[in-house]
Design a protein around this ligand. Structure first.
Ligand code: 1JT
Length: 253
């Protein structure tokens, strides 16, 4: 399905990362995948996870550093001369912002969360555009807290709303260049990011009880949806947010 395609995946922290599940699914369909990592601290992890891959590229890329973003895309251009898909799976908010009242969000936490979690999609899409010479597909990760109030999710919910809106505006700008942009709204997963969440276990149990499928989503299922979105199977879909949450979001009372 993805033979001869080159992709870039942002946001692998370890083997449980949603980004890694996306990469695995795409590689399984024949894609070549390069990875960015944030800071030396995560390089070891990404090296470990990608050790068995051939023809990969590990590039440092902290999105708050424009020079690093520029040189990341230069590296892609130099090695592959093209890019067919990009999977954006990064977000950040200071830990204190993900508990208590949203009302208490500081200016600094707000700006950081929106910069790293939403603006970065526009930033990397802009850099990817000239490399997506034969069209392309960009996929990002959202969460239900973008649409409805989820206790403690707070400023990340606001950032994910902005991210979903960025997805639509970018889809409009890039559509004429044959580039599609979509978001996946994944159900909660026990990843490194989620580890800091208060009462994650109770939260996962709640979804298990309430979702139509009576279980939590697996990273593989999110990865497979990302693979679908970067493949030609989804050629008519852009600007969309697709829920991969065992149906949790459709429920009322
Ligand atoms: C971030 C973190 C983004 C955790 C995230 C996230 N998107 C989803 N999660 C998991 C989650 C987090 C909370 C939650 C439910 C799910 C942590 C680091 C910053 C970026 O609240 C009930 C808080």
């Amino acid at each position: 399905m993805l033979n001869d395609r080159v992709g870039l995946v942002l946001g692998v922290a370890n083997k449980r990362s949603i980004a890694w599940a996306c990469a695995e699914s795409c590689i399984g369909q024949g894609a070549k995948v390069a990875f960015t990592y944030q800071g030396e601290r995560l390089l070891r992890n990404v090296e470990k996870v990608t050790a068995d891959l051939e023809d990969t590229l590990l590039i440092p890329c902290d999105v708050t550093n424009q020079a690093e973003v520029d040189s990341a895309f230069e590296s892609i251009d130099k090695k592959y001369g093209r890019l067919d898909f990009l999977i954006h799976s990064i977000a950040f908010a200071p830990r204190e912002a993900l508990e208590g009242e949203f009302l208490a969000t500081t200016r600094d936490a707000f700006l950081t969360a929106l910069e790293i979690s939403a603006f970065s999609l526009a930033q990397v899409s802009r850099s990817a555009k000239p490399l997506m010479k034969n069209g392309g597909s960009v996929v990002t990760m959202s969460y239900y807290g973008a649409e409805k109030v989820v206790e403690n999710y707070n400023v990340m919910g606001v950032a994910k709303s902005a991210l979903e809106s960025c997805t639509r505006y970018l889809a409009n700008d890039l559509g004429r260049h044959g580039i599609r942009v979509n978001a996946i709204s994944a159900g909660p997963l026990n990843t490194l990011s989620a580890r800091g969440v208060k009462n994650l276990t109770g939260f996962l149990k709640h979804v298990e009880e309430r979702s139509p499928l009576k279980r939590n989503v697996e990273a593989r299922e999110v990865g497979d949806t990302a693979m679908f979105l970067v493949s030609d199977l989804s050629s008519g879909i852009t600007g969309e947010t697709i829920y991969v949450d065992c149906g949790y979001n459709i429920m009322g009372i």
